[in-house]
Write a protein that binds this ligand. Structure first.
Ligand code: ADP
Ligand code: ASP
Ligand code: MG
Length: 400
């Protein structure tokens, strides 16, 4: 069997842990499997590298930033290969550019364009355990790129697809995907089986355990994967295609504390305004999430939307520029917010789910600033300092 295993930062956080990962890889090889391992940077290395860059230059050139960030995963690759050789097995370490991972040119959140698995397959045929640096690739301009935070998940899924792996396993520091973040709500339960759609919504609304873009690729190319703990045999979550009727009403609750809300005051309420504002933000690769437009008064209206905190500074800059052109009286930004979301495939067919969510928030005296709904989720924007208590209350309502 061809197996791809991905180990996240906390699973390779120190030398002892790297030895555990080496043991797990070798165990699969010994059992007669072809083994490809994808690793993240050790522990909080990526954060430390970011911080180093920012200390030198508050807006570092993104090409060099990617060059710097990519080194984190390369360290893990080299050490893991050494640990595998120690156990008497052959390993070869490949940074993204040697593993045939070709991306577009958007530094710090590059998209994978193509994977040429030739080298990986050759080395598998040479009987080696192939260890690949997650989170990185090479662009058509021959620059090193990175795939956005959490991007090693994407590397693993994309490689599993490219080599036609029989199994793709994502190892992390918790026992699978839970009904909510088990570090905030200890009562959270593991979900044994979940659809791509639900996993994608969870990931896009703050669940962190999987990168959203990785799940998107898994769904598109139908690559099932399992999320498990590196250090425990318990739990485990299978993510795959599922039929609507198999879904529970609410499968999970997520909290995203890395959000900011931007409001345009007093812009003309006429066709083309939203297209202009969001068009300019889109050109800069800024994702917009919840959008709320007030009822218009005398042909003017206020418009609010949320963006990821990491895009906030750039979004404000563009908004101020556009606001000026449109004659907005003011543009304000509030990053003291959080977004709380309930997710479930069956939700659309069960009236009353939203009311239960809102009631749980009301009982905790949490005010809702924005709401958005879709077939499979309901999100509310609330004050950041109420996020964790809101998460507990809503989780209790649906899972206790
Ligand atoms: P890795 O370093 O292995 O990639 P991450 O830190 O990116 O791990 O993701 C794992 C973390 O995601 C967990 O430690 C947990 O706190 C967090 N998390 C948030 N929501 C969930 C959830 N619903 N299920 C599991 N983990 C979650
Ligand atoms: N090391 C990168 C990050 O911290 C990629 C990853 O962990 O998946 O975002
Ligand atoms: Mg991760």
């Amino acid at each position: 069997m061809k197996i791809v295993q991905k180990y996240g930062g906390s699973s390779v956080g120190d030398i002892e842990k790297i030895k555990i990962v080496a043991d797990k890889a070798v165990k699969q090889k010994k059992a007669g499997n072809e083994v490809v391992i994808v690793v993240s940077a050790m522990g909080k290395t990526t954060d430390s590298l970011f911080s180093l860059a920012k200390q030198i230059n508050t807006a570092p050139p993104t090409r060099e930033l990617d060059l710097l960030l990519s080194t984190g995963e390369i360290v893990s690759v080299a050490l893991l290969c050494m640990a595998i050789e120690n156990l008497g097995y052959k390993a070869i370490g490949l940074p993204g550019f040697l593993a045939g991972i070709y991306t577009d040119t958007v530094h710090t959140k590059a998209k994978i364009k193509k994977i040429d698995p030739k080298k990986i397959l050759e080395e598998i045929a040479n009987d080696k355990i192939v260890v690949i640096a997650g989170f990185q690739g090479i662009s058509a301009e021959d620059n090193i790129t990175t795939l956005g935070r959490g991007g090693s998940d994407l590397t693993a899924i994309a490689i599993a697809g490219a080599i036609g792996a029989d199994r793709c396993e994502i190892y992390t520091d918790v026992e699978g995907v839970f009904t909510t973040d088990p570090r905030i709500v200890p009562d959270a339960k593991t979900i044994p089986l979940i659809s791509y759609e639900e996993m994608l919504e969870m990931a896009s609304t703050g669940a962190k355990v999987m990168q959203a873009r990785a799940v998107e690729i898994a769904r598109k190319y139908k690559i099932p994967f399992i999320v498990k703990s590196t250090f425990s045999e318990r739990g485990g979550t299978m993510v795959k295609e599922m039929k609507l009727e198999e879904g529970a009403i609410v499968t999970s609750v997520t909290l995203d504390e890395n959000q900011a809300k931007i409001t345009f005051f007093h812009v003309p309420d006429k066709p083309g305004i939203a297209a202009q504002i969001f068009g300019e933000l889109g050109k800069e690769h800024i994702n917009i999430d919840i959008i709320v437009q007030n009822v218009s008064k005398e042909n003017y209206t206020d418009l609010s939307f949320t963006v990821a905190s990491s895009d906030m500074e750039r979004a404000i800059k563009i908004s101020k520029k556009e606001g000026k052109k449109l004659g907005a009286t003011n543009i304000i930004c509030d990053d003291n917010i959080a977004k709380i979301t309930i997710i479930g495939l069956g939700m659309a067919n069960h009236p009353g789910v939203a009311a239960r969510m809102f009631k749980s928030l009301a009982q905790e005296n949490v005010n809702i600033e924005m709401i958005s709904t879709s077939e499979i989720k309901i999100s509310c924007v609330i004050k950041k300092n109420q996020g964790k208590k809101a998460l507990k209350a809503i989780h209790d309502e649906f899972f206790k």
